[in-house]
Design a protein around this ligand. Structure first.
Ligand code: SF4
Length: 694
């Protein structure tokens, strides 16, 4: 403010980083943002914010922004700056030529969980209506796709059950595979406040997260399980609940499918799920597992919050179902202070999934094979739609290497950096004839692209984001797009160039179309968002003002469904050559792969990723703090600086993934969730060796 002078006006909008979805006032002087002030009327953040959101405006005007479209015939050529018209025509011709040569299924696209609902909706519409196939997927594939599968199977809806402030009524909070103080800081503060007031805390995580250091904590228990053993732990917790008669039988009788419950009870009570058996697998003493089960089940209100430490596993979907089983068995669903709550990483993971980004689901999680649902879209969009699910992102890579998938439209996602097994991804990208990247920076994926279309930041567009509590928040344009177009306008232009007409004057018209086709959004409109401030879906005739707490009376599938959750060991195992397990996480001041935060003032707080290692493992290998270490897995090698501390347990090492140099995904493997192909980022067997500074 000192440098730029006093603000002249302000615009209320939504942070574009994490799934908390904080509201900010962007204070402006002319068309420059002077500062971001947390908005007291923000219903998700109630006037609070974190250090990421406050400085987020820095990346919007960074010198690295791409502001002009560029094209090239092949990736060994230099980029040519061209007009928007030439770039769009070039892209459309390449897509058409590819389909003519290789067939209708040879092209597809990826939506972004950082873009708005309206933009995401349009990309999947473009793919379905103009490309003529269902080869659409989202970057949520690599983070929370198991949440979609697991919660839909058990609770009937692919979404978290509570508002954030519901935690104020929780008596016991079970945090599994999440680090809210670093990754979801504003929610982390709400949770800490509740813990200081006396709620009990159980943390199931290989690493001793900062939440366990909350001052004046009443009662807490850390279950430091081995990476990859989540399902073993949750089964043992449920086994204890049932064996010790801690279940809420009246809730089960009234609200759950009793046949499914009886089958599950028989399964969960088997010795293979007992804490005594599972302590050998998880490394957590049986008595601690029993104590945790008692704390959660007897608390009154038991609330579960989980993150990518649950989903990014080969049993990610199984674990999400295991968590839902535990909540159903203890009656911790359907009121304030309880529930199953996925903490979404990116600002619009929930929204990108809601908007039909997945290859098997139209907007509102309506299956492409559902003739009635598909018929509604066909009528509205004026085209015949494919009734077969399309390719997921990893299938697209495999098909590209096999020579049958040749072109891709990627909006706001750096797949070359964020997807696992970088070598495999790069091979796939190199083998394609047409890659269209729409992004704000020249990202790693752009190295393989033929068309580069300037993207717009959250400050340069109108639209909505949906946060982790299903809250639809308005995103409001505070400055003109540096590239001249908002992201949704680019998709419209591409559709028209392909011969499929799209005509919208404002994103509110796109939302009106979404509402007309999506049962859980029928009551959503920009007018209502202005009146209410935000809306939590479902918002329809039954819930005209939205739904803060899900499943209060019944479930979308009628009764709660218990799922059988056998534990299966990860294929990624330690041995003499790879004796340590690597797992990953985030740090407060940085966001995801750092493309945005590294271009803000946040960079000063964290300028490199490091490898955390337990003192005993360091001593065994003669490693000192700050030594450079070659970290080698079965997939590849990277170099990280050692940081010795006892947050890790012996045998497990940890790193963040905010800097491209650290190359965490060079060493992650191809293992993925059995149901959704979400990569197993959290379990990688590695060996370490001291190396000289890279
Ligand atoms: Fe809020 Fe998350 Fe943005 Fe921080 S990063 S201000 S917690 S939305």
């Amino acid at each position: 403010v000192e440098q730029m002078g006093q603000p002249e006006h302000s615009v209320v909008t939504t942070c574009a980083y994490c799934g908390v979805g904080c509201s900010f006032k962007a204070e402006m002087k002319g068309d420059q943002v002077v500062r971001m002030v947390p908005y007291k009327g923000g219903q998700a953040n109630q006037g609070h914010s974190c250090v990421k959101g406050r400085f987020a405006f820095g990346y919007a005007t960074h010198k690295d922004r791409i502001t002009e479209p560029m094209i090239r015939d092949s990736i060994d050529q230099a980029w040519r700056k061209v007009s928007w018209q030439e770039a769009i025509d070039f892209a459309a011709k390449r897509l058409r030529d590819t389909q003519e040569k290789y067939g209708k299924q040879s092209i597809g696209g990826i939506t972004s969980s950082r873009c708005t609902n309206e933009e995401t909706y349009l990309v999947q519409k473009l793919i379905r209506a103009a490309f003529g196939n269902n080869n659409t997927d989202t970057c949520a594939r690599v983070c929370h796709s198991p949440t979609g599968y697991g919660l839909k199977t058990t609770l009937g809806e692919s979404a978290g059950t509570q508002t954030f402030d519901s935690v104020e009524k929780a008596d016991c909070v079970l945090v599994i595979g999440a680090n809210p103080t670093d990754a979801h800081p504003v929610f982390g503060s709400m949770l800490r406040k509740r813990l200081r007031q006396g709620a009990e805390l159980i943390v199931a995580d290989p690493r001793k997260i900062d939440l366990l250091n909350t001052p004046h904590l009443n009662d807490s228990l850390h279950l430091p399980l081995k990476p990859g053993t989540n399902v073993a732990l949750v089964n043992a917790l449920a086994h204890t609940v049932m064996q010790e008669g801690l279940q809420d039988q009246s809730f089960i009788d009234a609200r759950c499918d009793n046949q499914a419950f009886n089958q599950w009870r028989e399964f969960i009570l088997q010795d293979e799920n007992s804490p005594e058996t599972m302590q050998n697998i998880t490394g957590v003493p049986a008595e601690n597992i029993r104590q945790a089960a008692r704390m959660y089940a007897k608390a009154g209100n038991g609330a579960i919050y989980y993150g990518l430490g649950v989903t990014e596993h080969s049993q990610g979907s199984t674990m999400v179902m295991g968590i839902a089983n535990l909540a159903l068995a203890t009656g911790n669903i359907g009121r304030e202070g309880v529930g199953v709550n996925p903490l979404r990483g990116q600002n619009n993971v929930q929204g990108s999934c809601d908007m039909g980004s997945f290859p098997h689901e139209l907007p509102g999680y309506q299956h492409v094979a559902d003739d009635v649902a598909r018929g509604n879209f066909e009528k509205n969009w004026g085209v015949k739609l494919d009734n077969e699910p399309g390719l997921r992102i990893p299938n697209m890579f495999d098909a590209a290497i096999a020579g049958t998938f040749k072109a891709m439209y990627i909006q706001g996602e750096d797949i070359a950096q964020s997807d696992p097994n970088t070598q495999h991804v790069e091979k796939a990208l190199k083998s394609m004839d047409c890659i269209i990247v729409q992004d704000i920076f020249l990202n790693e994926t752009a190295k393989f692209a033929h068309v580069l279309l300037p993207g717009s930041t959250f400050l340069e567009k109108n639209g909505t984001f949906t946060n982790a509590e299903r809250r639809i928040n308005r995103v409001r344009k505070v400055m003109a797009p540096l590239g001249g177009k908002e992201d949704w306008q680019v998709t419209v232009d591409l559709a028209n160039a392909l011969g499929y007409p799209m005509d919208y004057k404002h994103p509110s018209e796109i939302m009106d179309e979404i509402a007309s086709l999506t049962p859980s959004f029928t009551g959503v409109s920009y007018d209502k968002l202005e009146q209410q401030g935000s809306i939590q879906w479902p918002c329809n005739d039954q819930h005209p003002d939205g739904t803060p707490t899900m499943h209060e009376v019944d479930f979308p599938i009628g009764k709660g469904n218990f799922a059988i959750t056998h534990y299966l060991a990860s294929e990624e195992k330690t041995n003499r050559r790879f004796p340590l397990l690597l797992t990953t996480g985030r740090i407060l001041s940085q966001y995801n792969v750092g493309a945005q935060t590294r271009r803000t003032d946040n960079q000063v707080w964290h300028d490199e990723d490091q490898l955390e290692i337990h003192p005993s493992d360091a001593e065994l290998r003669g490693i000192q703090n700050g030594d450079w270490l070659g970290v080698t897995s079965r997939a590849g090698q990277t170099v990280l600086r050692a940081c010795i501390n006892d947050r890790m347990q012996p045998g497990v090492v940890y790193t963040t993934f905010h800097h491209p140099d650290s190359g965490a995904n060079v060493i992650t493997t191809d293992n993925s969730d059995w149901a959704t192909n979400c990569p197993e980022y959290k379990v990688t067997a590695v060996q370490l060796e001291k190396v000289s500074q890279p």
